[in-house]
Ligand binder design. Structure first.
Ligand code: ATP
Length: 242
């Protein structure tokens, strides 16, 4: 059963079509990596799935229901959580407050303040620290933890490692492994292709808003992804069947 399917999705910024006819599906427990160069449309696509940006046409189907016209707050309650680019914590609130506030908006489930701190041990000594006083890695861990507090069935994470030190990236991914082991379904944007190949089960590469490569990660090579990423070959020669 697909948790998410996106069908012929278009999204615009004014006259600019940032997402063009995008279609793909993610089934339960899959980790889909969304890759593509700067400006390829990854953020717009994630925000459109989360309901933070309006689609101009096409469909977002979640758990078999067409949610294309459902507002963002109702999508959160239905089980979609977005970790936005830049993390957007409440900077004057503590880690604990950021997490507890999010817990009020979601569904009931296995994630709560205690289980999030178990999964993200780096947050344990920081519970009373304000969002503004955290490092990038600590902010990212808090932002992912905050999304988990809503007990999502689908977790969307924009730019997991952007601006983080290598040590922080490793720590965040280590905690994400705990989340993955819990059976979460995740769509994440990640620029590090080696990590994408290690962590994801499915990959979608965008080029100028269009899908130029889509398939099981185990079926594609790093070279194919790189070529799709930079548009070095015609898309038709790269498409990988699901
Ligand atoms: P990045 O890795 O740089 O974040 P991206 O793949 O996430 O890139 P988007 O941020 O979705 O891509 O941008 C897709 C296109 O839409 C780009 O051409 C970008 O300039 C444009 N765009 C994004 N946000 C806006 C906006 N708020 N207003 C106008 N154009 C925008």
């Amino acid at each position: 059963m697909n948790v998410l399917s996106v069908e012929a999705l278009d999204a615009r910024h004014g006259l600019l079509k940032a997402v063009r006819g995008v279609s793909f599906a993610v089934s339960a427990g899959e980790i889909l990596a969304l890759v593509g160069a700067n400006g390829a449309g990854k953020t717009t696509l994630l925000r459109t799935i989360a309901g933070a940006h309006k689609a101009s046409s096409g469909k977002v189907i979640f758990d078999g229901t067409d949610i294309s016209n459902v507002p963002a707050n109702k999508r959160t309650r239905a089980g979609i959580a977005l970790v936005p680019e830049g993390r957007r914590l409440f900077g004057e609130m503590t880690v604990e407050e950021n997490l507890l506030v999010a817990g009020r908006t979601g569904r009931k489930g296995p994630w709560n303040y205690a289980t999030v701190l178990d999964a993200f041990p780096m947050l344990q000594p920081l519970a009373q620290r304000k969002g503004n006083d955290l490092s990038g890695g600590q902010q990212q861990a808090t932002a992912i933890g905050r999304a988990l507090m809503t007990n999502p069935r689908l977790l969307l994470i924009d730019e997991v490692s952007l601006g983080l030190s290598p040590v922080a990236v490793n720590a965040v991914y280590e905690s994400l492994q705990t989340v993955i082991a819990s059976g979460a379904t995740i769509v994440l944007v990640e620029q590090d292709l080696s990590r994408v190949l290690r962590i994801s089960t499915r990959i979608v590469c965008l080029l100028e808003g269009r899908v130029v490569l889509e398939g099981r990660t185990s079926d594609v090579t790093k070279e194919q992804i790189t070529e799709a990423y930079f548009g070095l070959r015609r898309p038709a020669t790269l498409e990988v069947e699901a």
